[in-house]
Design a protein around this ligand. Structure first.
Ligand code: CP3
Length: 349
């Protein structure tokens, strides 16, 4: 039985190639699971659900119980950091997070870093509970949104198509915008540091909107803040691996990997596996990157894609995952099929 440092995910993140790669799925808890929907239907609202430790812990454990992934990812959401800083947050049915938008420097002044730890105490409580409940083979992953992605939600007030407001601010008044990013760097270090203290063994930084920035802006708002967060967390917790997921970074993935100090890079489904093997996997562990739609489709298409991906990336440090989150339409049976396909790899090699 693997214990402590021998957990499969931790071995891969330290650079080991494993015949059967460790696996987990972004958004592995959620609406595609009937047991999630049952709890969700009873909760008054989504923020309250995330801030109720017993329920957040239960939702974290649901997919692991059903499918036996190598990792549990804390059940929470990325806009909880702006919420803790003092920004109003709510969820509208099927739309995702809605925030009272921050438009300028005056909006930043109202945010209060000192509230982050006290207001997110229930999240750390949930981490404690999950850490106590997991078996010795399963790794607990904490997470946060990266500053650029969090800033897009804070400035746009929610999801956006063209990122006009946030880009407008970043280009027009980069010093003012940088004050917001600075604050988010500090808040994220506090937030992730406290998750680590509570028992998160790995953390992932989700930069879901990294791919909308041209290179100079990517360097300033994606690479630089990430590098500072990684450095601060490594100072406090030198042995805890950090996964960075700059979704859509394309040709800038390589710079992200070499310049941020992350231990593992999450790849979206558009990154060619051959490129990841020859250009990225020598530098860090790679994670990804099955198209989430294949998990809806299932059957031969799923089987072929999973085997091909594992053949290409399995020779180096590799964490099997999707290229983005599990979609709500995904049949849970297909996740069980995926678990079976990955388990077979142990026998093959
Ligand atoms: O991975 C997990 O299972 C852990 C939980 C988790 C959630 N959100 C729960 C959630 C994680 C890691 C996230 C990350 C997250 N949240 C990201 C980064 C990853 C990505 O998808 O790019 C982003 C951008 C968000 C913001 C967010 N939260 C959106 C855009 C939405 C709406 C879309 C959707 O899928 O519902 C949410 C809501 C949300 N976050 C739900 C869950 C389970 C659904 C809420 C509900 O039940 O109504």
């Amino acid at each position: 039985m693997p214990t402590g440092k021998n957990k499969r995910l931790l071995r891969a993140l330290r650079g080991e190639a494993l015949a059967r790669p460790p696996w987990w799925l972004m958004r592995q808890a959620g609406r595609y699971l009937p047991e999630y929907r049952a709890i969700r239907a009873k909760a008054r609202d989504f923020v309250e659900l995330c801030l109720t430790p017993a329920l957040a812990a239960e939702l974290t454990l649901q997919p692991v119980r059903r499918f036996g992934m190598d990792a549990a990812i804390l059940f929470s959401d990325i806009p909880l950091l702006p919420y803790a800083l003092g920004q109003g947050l709510s969820y509208r049915e099927g739309e995702g997070p809605v925030l009272d938008p921050i438009a300028d420097r005056a909006g930043i002044v109202r945010l209060d870093l000192r509230q982050v730890i006290p207001r997110l105490e229930p999240v750390f409580d949930a981490v404690h509970r999950v850490a106590a409940a997991l078996d010795r083979a399963t790794t607990l992953i904490g997470f946060a949104g990266a500053p650029w992605t969090i800033a897009t939600y804070m400035v746009e007030g929610g999801a956006s198509r063209d990122f006009r407001r946030v880009k407008d601010w970043a280009y027009r008044d980069s010093e003012g915008f940088s004050a917001l990013i600075e604050l988010l760097v500090e808040g994220t270090v506090d937030f992730l540091g406290a998750q680590m203290e509570a028992g998160a063994e790995v953390v992932q930084l989700f930069d879901s909107w990294a791919g909308v920035l041209p290179e100079p802006a990517f360097e300033r708002w994606v690479i630089e803040p990430t590098r500072r967060i990684v450095a601060a967390l490594k100072h406090r917790f030198p042995d805890r691996p950090i996964i960075g997921f700059p979704r859509g970074a394309g040709l800038l993935y390589k710079r992200y990997v070499t310049e941020t100090g992350i231990d593992c890079v999450g790849l979206d489904a558009m990154v060619p596996a051959g490129y990841a093997r020859s250009r990225l996997q020598q530098l860090v562990a790679v994670q990804g990157n099955l198209d989430p739609v294949l998990l809806i489709v299932g059957g031969a298409a799923l089987q072929t894609a999973v085997r091909e991906l594992c053949r290409t990336l399995g020779g180096g440090p590799f964490v099997f995952n999707l290229g983005h989150g599990v979609l709500p339409e995904t049949p849970p049976e297909n996740v069980a099929v995926l678990a079976g396909l990955l388990a077979e790899l142990d026998a093959v090699t």
